[in-house]
Design a protein around this ligand. Structure first.
Ligand code: ATP
Length: 346
């Protein structure tokens, strides 16, 4: 439905987008994920028509998008700050866009009623924004964004203003809503957990380039580069050279087992990425070390282990509380499918 092809945007000597190509399907919930400053917002602004690219093309439903004026695009953009009109009621805020389009009053009323129902704000219709909680304000902004039934809804860090608890609720809500209204959503976020929980597919950005596009589970289990592995949290990295069948030959730990998802020629510099929750503490294992710290987070505990020959402590995540104490000598092991062999270059 949306085809982004070779989009480039420079600001002076900063290349915000460097040949970005993506295809997004009808009804998809798609996330643009990446650290601050990698170009995500610039891409949204180009789609919305607030920014013009230096090169590349975008088509929506097969028609060129970039030559359309922003207000002629069947696209809505929901900003980080919800920009609600403070003096208008919830219903008026939502109705505003439809009234500007001069829709008949009865139709406006009907659609506003329906959309407030969808976001669960029917009983708050006559309140002013300052009489609402952060989560409710966010819902008003969403209602306003979907009431015009755009083909595409762009959301820039939609949940960043909310506290943790409300945020988790709103993630569920957003997903349900997207499913219900069937509009294609493109959300920008720098929070990998948020992207994973919301999106059908995720594009990981790194300084203006797309590094990987995949479904959340694939991204998580099969990162294809060090950058993606780091960003999605596969943060135990061991260095060496590639051996046969996804193995890594190391100087300090012998041969470690893993699975190759990218072609890494045997003998080339390589890394093995092992996720914290895939590591098991055992009496013996290919790695041994000393427990430095155990932190309990409720559902999980994080255990950091100093392994001689490895610069950074190895992080292990276990379910619930752990009986292991700092100072204990432990072995670490993992299954070969739980570790990913990557080229050492970024
Ligand atoms: P954030 O999550 O912090 O919003 P982002 O990934 O959305 O980051 P962008 O806002 O797209 O990143 O910015 C990408 C790069 O382009 C940054 O280096 C930024 O400083 C630069 N940039 C963006 N807009 C402009 C502008 N109007 N003028 C100059 N530089 C800009």
């Amino acid at each position: 439905m949306l085809k982004i092809d070779g989009i480039t945007r420079r600001f002076g000597d900063v290349t915000a987008l460097d040949g970005v190509s993506l295809e997004i399907g009808q009804g998809e919930f798609f996330a643009l994920l990446g650290p601050s400053g990698c170009g995500k917002t610039t891409l949204l602004r180009i789609l919305a028509g607030f920014e013009t690219p230096d090169g590349g093309s975008v088509s929506l439903d097969g028609a060129d998008l970039l030559t359309l004026a922003p207000n002629k695009r069947p696209i809505n953009l929901m900003f980080q700050s919800y920009a609600l009109f403070p003096h208008m009621s919830v219903a008026k805020n939502v109705a505003y866009g439809l009234e500007r389009e001069k829709l008949p009053r009865g139709e406006v009323k009907k659609r506003v009623g329906e959309v407030l129902e969808t976001v669960g704000l029917s009983t708050q219709a006559n309140r002013k924004p300052q009489q609402l909680s952060g989560g409710q304000r966010q819902r008003v902004a969403l209602a306003r964004a979907i009431v015009k039934r755009p083909r595409l809804l762009l959301l820039d860090e939609p949940l960043s203003a909310l506290d943790k608890k409300v945020r988790a609720d709103m993630q569920l809500e957003l997903k349900r809503l997207q499913h219900e209204v069937g509009i294609t959503f493109v959300v920008v976020t720098h929070d990998q957990e948020e992207a994973m929980s919301l999106a059908d597919r995720i594009a990981v950005f790194d300084t203006g380039r797309v590094r990987q596009v995949d479904r959340p589970v694939e991204l998580y289990e099969r990162p294809r580069s060090r950058f993606v592995a780091d960003f999605v949290g596969a943060n135990n990295l061991f260095a060496g050279t590639a051996g046969p069948d996804g193995t890594l030959r190391t100087e300090n730990f012998g041969t470690l087992r893993g699975t190759a998802v990218e072609q890494v020629p045997e003998g080339a510099a390589a890394l093995l990425a092992v996720r914290p929750e895939k590591l098991e503490l055992t009496g013996d294992g290919p790695l041994t070390g000393t427990v430095l710290d155990v932190s309990f987070y409720g559902g999980v505990s994080h255990i950091s282990v100093e392994v001689p020959g490895q610069a950074k402590p190895v992080l292990v995540a276990v379910q619930g509380a752990s009986a292991v104490k700092p100072g204990a000598e432990v072995g670490l092991q993992w299954g070969e499918r739980d570790a990913v062999l990557l080229p050492a270059v970024q």
